[in-house]
Design a protein. Structure first.
Length: 299
């Protein structure tokens, strides 16, 4: 992997948010630079939209985009006292239970209004719009950590249900990322009265070993979970001896996956007629390239 070419690709092609993230991770820039860009995706109700998740251009607040914002805040360690306004507004959105199924106690994975804007096919609401505990488990954990104390037990019970069902996770890694974030939030903020942190960590690492694809010929070619989907400067404490060889194997093929322009490419399509896919792809590529650099340096 040619890191200098990768960095130049990011500088030349990234959206302002991803450019701020690059400068935070690799040029010692400040959190504030990232926060000022992230704030542009936050709506008046406190939720996030506006294409923060590049495959969904819905400007309205939705749970997935809001979860994406929380992940970004966690990655830059901006969930503390220096960012109370943004965090408080997120709790207001989540506590409003917009796009939340009150009976099933799940935030929706896909919402109806996604169809009104360019999007990948998987963002079209199918049935009840719920996808197991994606993104419910991490949003509920966030509310336990930062929401109103009187509601803590309500959200704590959702987290307990999610971890009791972790064995049901099957193929893709996106939901497992939500479990990783939830567990990491509880660990960081010393929330030890909701789930058994030790046992649940074992459950997560076991599921990581099961889900991460061991066929490296599929890396960057098929939409399969790879080590770099998870270990991009975070979650290193979940790396087991069984995962380490896969990390090294992926690092060894990064050079082959890097494109001539220095960036990395996505391995999926929208499967819709929207011409905006190419724009979304161009938004994704710098973000993915940042992750590959972080994976190569810190995994």
């Amino acid at each position: 992997m040619n890191k200098e070419r990768a960095k130049q690709f990011i500088l030349d092609n990234a959206r302002p948010l991803e450019l701020a993230l690059y400068r935070y991770f690799f040029e010692n820039s400040s959190q504030e630079c990232v926060l000022s860009e992230l704030k542009k995706y936050q709506n008046h109700d406190g939720g996030f939209g506006h294409g923060l998740e590049a495959d969904n251009w819905n400007p309205l607040s939705n749970p997935i985009a809001t979860n994406d914002a929380i992940i970004t805040l966690y990655r830059i360690d901006a969930l503390g006292v220096d960012n109370t306004e943004m965090v408080q507004r997120i709790t207001e959105y989540l506590s409003s239970h917009e796009s939340f199924d009150e009976e099933k106690k799940r935030w929706l994975f896909a919402i109806d209004s996604n169809r009104d804007y360019p999007h990948a096919t998987w963002w079209e609401k199918d049935g009840d719009g719920i996808s197991h505990f994606n993104p419910t488990v991490s949003l509920a954990a966030f509310m336990v950590c930062f929401g109103d104390a009187k509601d803590k037990e309500y959200y704590a019970q959702i987290v307990r249900e999610a971890f009791a069902a972790i064995s049901e996770l099957k193929q893709f890694g996106d939901e497992l990322k939500c479990y990783l974030l939830a567990h990491s939030l509880f660990t960081k903020y010393k929330i030890d009265d909701v789930i058994n942190l030790g046992n649940s960590k074992k459950d997560i690492t076991s599921k990581l070993q099961e889900i991460i694809c061991s066929d490296i010929t599929k890396y960057g070619v098929e939409y399969v979970p790879t080590p770099s989907d998870f270990f991009v400067g975070i979650y290193k404490e979940y790396i087991t001896d069984a995962i380490k060889p896969l990390i090294e194997a992926e690092k060894n093929v990064l050079g082959n996956l890097q494109k001539n322009d220095g960036g990395f490419d996505i391995s999926w399509k929208w499967y819709t007629q929207y011409e905006e896919f190419e724009t979304a792809r161009n938004w994704w590529r710098p973000r993915l390239t940042i992750d590959k650099l972080l994976f190569a340096d810190y995994a």
